[in-house]
Ligand binder design. Structure first.
Ligand SMILES: Cc1cc2nc3c(=O)[nH]c(=O)nc-3n(C[C@H](O)[C@H](O)[C@H](O)COP(=O)(O)OP(=O)(O)OC[C@H]3O[C@@H](n4cnc5c(N)ncnc54)[C@H](O)[C@@H]3O)c2cc1C
Length: 402
């Protein structure tokens, strides 16, 4: 088998596969190394994540023919996002901060963004990747280590093979081993909380509205899902943040007990509820790599910037990072590992991601503090923002990347 490529990408997640499509369009021969078996790419399992996609991301997915793979019911327009603070749901709902869909330059009302499940996006990306002759996907293999000389990089697989390329791209997730192995550290913000995500069916219609509720002692979000339950009810994705032990207890509870517990936490906000999916859990750790490059080596996706999900930007940044890398390579002299263009990529991607990474961590920290002063500050900032239309428009534009 050929072991000489222009670019080797470590990781066949959403970021790695997107990058493969971009590099293929530039005319490069690309290998993607993925440790999971091929079935995990052909039919990725539901993992609870409903990704809010910005307009920029949607434009990219359309340009690369990924968007047409989604069924209509798998794409949910986000018409409004409400933010609530405080324990009493009824009181919090009267003092909410609300972002509506926006007027676009063409005078049409555009949704804030669209929600598509992560496993659906991964499947669609892989279906497109498979059509490209110049992309080779090697599954079930662990990328052990990489290194570089001035003219060439190499990467060793766990089966003893050595791959040669002009550029290695690490897209192996937020706890990236490839990053550490090349001596690149990362700032890690451990929120000491875990997340549980699952789909609920409910009797109250969601009207394509997402709600982020900073309760006391817990944070809940419900995101509208276009697909209906078997009995025709609306469905939402629940995102619950609690201490790790509490999340573990809820994840392993019998389903009827879980539904009762969640119903109490929701205070009737979705009406009567039922559990209609598996429950998935994640540790809440945000990660920002000290550098996004080394010799003939670049970091993209969560390996570069692993966001707290509250501002819904992890994949959006992952897509943007690989797009920036591809643009810099396209502007170069033909060598994708040229140090100057990797430096330019790093500067541009840091500029794109650092402000929102810092703001997201600050919001997530302030809005999970329940001291009386913090609660007052939380409510006051929401009220201030609600009464400031220019500020709301600015935030909506940043988050939806219009
Ligand atoms: C609850 C939740 C909600 C979210 N909501 C949003 C949202 O609304 N909007 C948004 O934009 N983002 C959201 N995100 C973030 C988004 O899911 C991630 O940013 C994105 O999936 C990361 O993709 P990735 O390809 O960088 O990493 P990963 O998905 O982690 O993929 C890494 C891949 O590399 C492979 N791999 C690892 N090590 C090796 C190795 N040594 N050799 C070979 N292969 C390897 C892994 O098997 C994996 O397939 C959310 C995340 C969570 C947890």
């Amino acid at each position: 088998m050929n072991t000489e490529f222009d670019i080797v990408i470590i990781g066949g997640g959403a970021a790695g596969l997107s990058c493969a499509l971009s590099m293929d369009r530039l005319g490069f021969h690309v290998a993607v190394i993925e440790q999971a078996p091929e079935t995990a790419l052909e039919n990725p399992r539901f993992d609870g994540r409903e990704l809010a996609l910005t307009h920029h991301t949607i434009a990219w997915l359309k340009d690369y023919n990924v968007w047409p793979h989604f069924a209509l019911s798998q794409v949910t327009p986000l018409q409004r996002a409400d933010i609530l603070s405080g324990h009493d749901a009824a009181r919090a709902a009267r003092k909410l901060l609300s972002f509506e869909s926006m007027d676009t330059p063409s005078e049409e009302r555009a949704p804030l963004g669209y929600l598509v499940a992560h496993h659906v996006i991964r499947k669609a990306l892989y279906e497109e990747v498979r059509k490209r002759e110049n992309i080779t996907v090697i599954c079930g293999k662990d990328a052990l280590r990489s290194g570089a000389h001035a003219e060439e990089a190499h990467m060793d697989l766990d089966d003893g093979r050595r791959f040669h390329a002009r550029l290695i791209v690490a897209a192996d997730g937020r706890f990236s081993r490839a990053r550490a192995q090349r001596g690149i550290g990362a700032v890690t913000h451990d929120f000491r909380r875990h997340i549980l995500v699952c789909r609920l069916s409910h009797t109250r219609p969601h009207h394509d509205i997402a709600t982020q509720w900073f309760d006391e002692g817990q944070t809940l979000a419900f995101l509208p899902v276009g697909e209906k339950s078997a009995d025709g009810r609306d469905c939402s994705s629940l995102v619950l943040t609690l201490k790790p032990d509490d999340i573990s207890r809820l994840a392993h509870m019998a389903a009827p007990d879980f539904v009762n517990d969640i119903a109490q936490r929701l205070q009737g906000q979705l009406g009567a509820i039922d559990l209609v999916s598996a429950r998935c859990t994640y540790p809440l750790k945000a990660v920002y790599a000290h550098r996004f490059r080394a010799a003939r080596f670049a970091l993209i996706g969560d390996a570069a910037v692993g966001m707290h999900p509250i501002t819904a930007h992890g994949f959006n940044f992952g897509l943007k990072g690989q797009e920036t890398l591809a643009r810099k390579i396209a502007d170069g002299a033909g060598d994708p590992g040229e140090p100057r263009l990797l430096r330019q990529f790093e500067m541009a991607h840091r500029r794109d991601t650092m402000p929102l990474f810092a703001a997201t961590n600050a919001i997530a920290t302030l809005y999970t503090r329940d001291a009386p002063l913090s609660l007052k500050l939380r409510e006051a900032t929401l009220q201030f923002a609600q009464n400031s239309n220019p500020l709301k428009r600015f935030v909506a534009r940043v988050l939806s990347d219009h």
